[in-house]
Write a protein of this length. Sequence first.
Length: 165
Amino acid sequence: MVGSIGVLMQMPNAAKLMDTVGVKMEEIKSSPLKAAPNPYEPATPEARAAVAAMIADSFNWFKGLVKERRKLDDAGLATVSDGRVFTGRQGVDLKLVDRIGGEREAIAWLESEKGVAKGLKVRDWKKPRKIENPSACSGARRGGRPRRASSRHGDGGRPDPDPAA
């Protein structure tokens, strides 16, 4: 899948939920648009206009980059900038990608087209695990007695060691 070009900003509107549970956010700010929009109240027309102007500016900048770097004419740019997602095959036809392939093909391309050393080690990145019980790692508990950190995996909550280090 290939995403078309576009710019998006999403924000929750929890104002009704806050009313339902009886919580009201109070704020003191230096100007009406500071921290706007925020999830605790509906966006004002001024906040919407400010965000829309930021999105439009970013979108125009992004379209210019894509047009230049992917060598697209105005019609081609219009086709790929409406927010839809394309298959890889469509992406090739629309000049969003050069070709379809996997890691092996990408590495071969880097070697042949960008001069990356053949056999350069590729590292897979893994998102670090979350500590399941953050208070267990603080070294102390009520009464001031230290407690050993632990996890259900028996590894003390430590991340996996880097085998390449």
